[in-house]
Write a protein that binds this ligand. Sequence first.
Ligand SMILES: Nc1ncnc2c1ncn2[C@@H]1O[C@H](COP(=O)(O)OP(=O)(O)OP(=O)(O)O)[C@@H](O)[C@H]1O
Ligand SMILES: [Mg+2]
Length: 332
Amino acid sequence: METNNNILEIKDLSVSYTVANVVTHVLEKVNLTVPKGKSVGLVGESGCGKTTTMRAILGVLPSNANIESGEILFNGTDVLKMPYNQLQEFRQTGAGLIFQDPSSALNPVISIKKQFLTSLKYAHKDKNYSSAQLYDKAIEALNAVSLADPKRIMNSFPFQLSGGMRQRVCIAMTLAGEKELLLADEPGTALDVTIQDQILRLIKNLVETLDLSVIMVTHSLGVIRQVTTEVNVMYAGSIVEGGDTHQVFEHPSHPYTIALMDCLPKLTGTGISEGIPGRIPDYDHPPAGCRFYPRCTYALDRCKSEVPGKTIVEDDHWVACFAAEEGKVCPK
Ligand SMILES: Nc1ncnc2c1ncn2[C@@H]1O[C@H](COP(=O)(O)OP(=O)(O)OP(=O)(O)O)[C@@H](O)[C@H]1O
Ligand SMILES: [Mg+2]
C-alpha cells in the first residue's frame, strides 16, 4: 500500500440527509487532508457542514444521513468500508471526538472513574493491563490536561464537575487511549471565554509535545490563526479555499474567505462589521454552479452554472473560484 505522511485523507465526500422524503445535499465533494502530527482547521459559518464532516469520519452520522460517495482514508484504510468490528476498533483506538457541549459526551449518572476505565480497557485491550495500571494511566492523563486533584475527579460524577473540567476529562480520555487523531468540534464554545482559551492552548500544546493530529472545527478565524498550521474554509458543504494557515491569512483569495475575515471584530478599527449579506443557500435547491454565487460581489456569468475547480494561489495554498483564477479578486 502507498505510504504517506497523512493520517487522514477525505476524498470527494458527499453526504445528504433525508427528511420527510426530501433529500438535502449537504456535503458536496469535500476533500480534506490531515498530515501526521499537525493541527488542521475547518472553518465556516453555522450550517455549512462541519459537524457532518466530523461525524462522517467517526461513522456516527444520524440514521437519516446518506453517504453518497467518497472515501475517508485513516492511515490508508477507508473508514466507510470497514467491517463493524474494525470500525469499533477505530473509534476506540484511532480517533476521538470532543463535542462543543462537553456534557453530551459523558454519561451523567456513571462516575468518571467507571467511564474512564471502561474506555481505556477497550483502547488497550490487547495489552493486558491490570486495573491498577489503567487507573494510573487515567491519573497521568488527568494531570497532563492540568486538572488539579485527579483522584477526586475520578470519584466524581460528571454533573459534579464544571463544563471546563468535563471537557478536559474528554481530552484526557483521548490522550490516555493513545488515540492518534483528535476531532475537536468547537471545543469550549459552550464555556466561558477564559476556559475556552485554556482548552485551545492545551490542545495546541498537546499537538506540539505529543505529536497528536487534530482537526479543529470552529467558526472563528481567530481560533484558526492561534491553533492551526493548515486551514480549510468551508462554505455550504464544500471546501472553497485551503492551505498553509499563514498563507491563507496573508492572501485570502476566495470572496467568502475575504468576507469572513472582514467580519472579524477589529480591535483598532470601527468595531464589529455587519456580517456577510445573505445566507447559506437552501440545500434542497442549491445553486447549480458555485454555491457562493448568490452572495458574491465578484460573481461572473459562468459562476452561475459551472462549479470552479482548484486554482493554485501559492505553493501551499489553493482556491476554488473563477474570479480569483482570472485575477479579479482583490482583498481590501
Ligand atoms: N440529522 C439531520 N437531519 C437533517 N438535516 C441535518 C441533520 N443534521 C444536520 N443537518 C443539516 O445539515 C446542514 C449542516 O449541518 P452541520 O451540523 O454539519 O453544520 P455545522 O457547520 O456544524 O454548523 P454549526 O456551526 O452551527 O455547528 C444544516 O443545514 C443542517 O440543518
Ligand atoms: Mg457543528
